[in-house]
Design a protein around this ligand. Structure first.
Ligand code: TXA
Ligand code: MG
Length: 335
């Protein structure tokens, strides 16, 4: 049974007790719901990988109530401090070399010599993290490879019975995951576009390289697999027309002829579009399937600001799918 806890002092205290006890608790942040566990315990973290069916080579983001607690885990540098001053609490994850006093377990880091750190902005998340007093590893609270959850109901749909509790703080305000920035290399590398835009980062970092710039065939962020955020219906990008049996994910004035439309933002506002993205994919997927439609046509969005994060998620939602795993209806992860 998965319990739903309210974001009251009592609900937060119960969630904190469960986490200290090695249990799994999903909680809302400003980006998406995270599936939390004690990051210092291999046993607790192993439960995350099991509940999500997540490949173990994919490391987790560790969450803290403030920058001081986060930086105690790593070899911190000046740029990290400036970014933290500017963007924490907020949707930015920093990757830094593991420090000598780190307490994060190897499984959470997938054995890497670096750690991913984040101080989320959501009020409930911060209250929970302060109450627990331990680093909390938390990937998005969805079965691996599927659409991320931007409200508590989404979490329940994907993970009911597999996790102890959900701390329900309502819908997430940003709606796409944090930006992941690798500061362990000479030049900062953008591993995942997200809630803090490249423009905002460049203000402080100057040059930022993109993970795609690296010629290496192996993705340098282990989690950057081509197929991810995948609804059941296939997704077609850059749609300029809608087929008779397609649902439409619109941005701005919708294309004509669609029988089922979710508009990310009628006025072309990228913040609104990010906040409505995952709900929209879920809605078109379930309603489209119910009506016997065969796919989702997605209009494009501008390539700046939060548009980069939205396009990244859409590209992964549209990528060729790995084969379906045998024992449940989740997609196996791409290797
Ligand atoms: O907004 C978010 O970041 C949400 C909320 C819950 O905080 N969390 C989230 O976690 O999106 P997850 O596990 O779904 O994505 C973590 C990403 C993966 O792409 C992973 O490979 C990368 O961060 N990552 C984690 N540790 C890393 C490391 N040491 N080096 C490189 N990439 C790392
Ligand atoms: Mg995720």
């Amino acid at each position: 049974m998965t319990r739903i806890l309210k974001p009251t002092p009592d609900g937060i205290a119960q969630a904190a007790d469960l986490l200290r006890d090695g249990k799994l608790v999903a909680f809302g942040t400003e980006t998406v719901y995270g599936l939390g566990a004690n990051a210092t315990s291999d046993t607790a973290v192993a439960r995350i990988f099991a509940a999500k069916n997540r490949p173990r080579f994919n490391p987790l983001i560790n969450h803290f109530p403030d920058a001081e607690a986060a930086f105690a885990q790593v070899e911190v540098n000046d740029l990290a401090r400036r970014l933290a001053d500017r963007f924490w609490p907020g949707p930015l994850t920093l990757v830094l070399p593991r420090g000598p006093n780190a307490t994060i377990c190897d499984l959470a880091a997938a054995g890497l010599p670096t750690l991913a750190l984040r101080v989320p902005r959501g009020e409930t998340a911060r209250a929970l993290l302060s109450a627990v007093g331990l680093p909390i590893a938390a990937p998005s609270a969805n079965p691996s490879g599927r659409v991320s959850p931007s409200d508590a109901y989404h979490v329940l749909r994907g993970l009911e019975g597999r996790i102890e509790a959900i701390l329900d703080s309502g819908p997430c305000s940003v709606g796409v995951e944090s930006t992941v920035l690798d500061l362990s290399r000479p030049t900062p590398v953008l591993l995942r576009p997200g809630g803090i835009t490249l423009e905002q980062l460049s203000d402080i970092c100057g040059t930022v390289r993109h993970a795609d710039d690296y010629a290496s065939k192996r993705p340098i962020a282990p989690g950057l697999m081509a197929s991810h955020y995948a609804p059941s219906l296939p997704v077609r990008l850059n749609a300029e027309h809608v087929g008779p049996d397609e649902a439409l994910l619109a941005f701005g004035p919708p294309l004509p002829g669609s029988k089922l439309t979710w508009n990310l933002s009628e006025h072309g506002d990228l913040e609104e579009a990010a906040a409505r993205l995952f709900s929209g994919l879920r809605f078109l997927d379930s309603e489209g399937e119910r009506r016997g439609l065969s796919g989702i046509a997605a209009m494009t969005v501008p390539r700046h600001g939060l548009g980069l994060a939205i396009l990244d998620r859409l590209r992964r939602a549209a990528a060729p799918r790995p084969p379906v795993s045998g024992d449940d209806d989740d997609l196996a992860d791409a290797l």
